[in-house]
Design a protein. Structure first.
Length: 285
């Protein structure tokens, strides 16, 4: 009888653990999806908003995927993020280079900004994010603890705004040459933060990028350090120490201008994609 009691207890504990794990998966897990890789429209605060979806090849309804939001720069568009632009003329690789590294392990969301920007008036772009998450996760299988956001310039500002306003909904952000342009409602809780900026940025001064970083240095409980300078044409990376567990901060400084596709000396490959992808994928459910 005692042995049976122990077995029942163990079984209940296993079921309890399983329910916790499954609770992190979205409601769309196990469903035959209606969402495919194409553009969609939803109404947010009475305005029609658009976003483009990119699902993994051979999407598996029973596999929980990362969900990555990629926000375009001012004057850019969702379609330009999907297509990519000339990296030798200040453009970004498709999906900021992340889809090429994802090996079908992530679902990508590419939102379109009002007037090709992210003014976030009255928090409307954060509400747009909320509605996309609700719609997507009701239909697709997402690991809800692995939502990420990245963007360049205004897109970086929007990622920062989400980290401020939705810290429980975003696991980590990657801000490429950003500044506080889309607001920061809240902004007092920790979020894992990757940032990079050029000291010669002629559009958004590097001081703006440093201010975004420093907010999360404080929120994440990291030890502030004296920032190193770029090593000639080489970027310099700083991994902050003593951050709260699960909330790291990585900062990359370089000598370039306002550019999402900055490269190091003797390299034709932008460093932002791998840096961002490595930062995101250190997290597991």
């Amino acid at each position: 009888m005692a042995r049976r009691s122990v077995l029942v207890t163990l079984a209940l504990l296993m079921l309890s653990t399983l329910s916790v794990v499954l609770a992190e998966r979205s409601a769309g897990c196990g469903k035959n999806p209606t969402i495919t890789s194409q553009q969609y429209s939803i109404t947010v605060n009475g305005k029609s908003r658009q976003y483009i979806m990119k699902l993994p090849d051979r999407y598996d309804k029973d596999r929980a995927y990362r969900l990555i939001f990629t926000w375009h720069q001012l004057g850019g568009s969702a379609q330009k993020i999907v297509n990519g632009e000339d990296i030798n003329r200040g453009g970004a690789l498709p999906y900021y280079g992340l889809n090429a590294l994802a090996n079908n392990s992530a679902i990508f969301v590419v939102p379109q900004g009002l007037n090709n920007g992210w003014g976030n008036q009255g928090g409307e772009d954060v509400t747009f994010f909320d509605q996309m998450v609700k719609t997507i996760e009701a239909d697709l299988c997402v690991e809800t603890k692995l939502r990420f956001s990245t963007g360049f310039s205004y897109g970086g500002a929007m990622s920062f705004a989400l980290a401020c306003a939705r810290p429980k909904e975003i696991r980590a952000i990657a801000v490429l040459s950003g500044s506080q342009l889309s607001g920061c409602s809240g902004g007092n809780e920790p979020v894992a933060f990757y940032g990079q900026h050029g000291t010669a940025d002629s559009v958004l001064n590097v001081s703006g990028g440093r201010a975004l970083r420093d907010r999360f240095v404080k929120n994440n409980g990291c030890t502030a350090v004296s920032e190193p300078q770029p090593n000639g044409a080489q970027s310099v990376r700083t991994d902050y120490k003593n951050c709260k567990e699960g909330y790291p901060i990585t900062w990359v400084i370089h000598r370039g201008d306002h550019n999402p596709s900055q490269t190091d000396n003797n390299s034709g490959t932008p460093f932002a994609p791998k840096n961002s992808w490595d930062f995101f994928t250190q997290f597991t459910a």
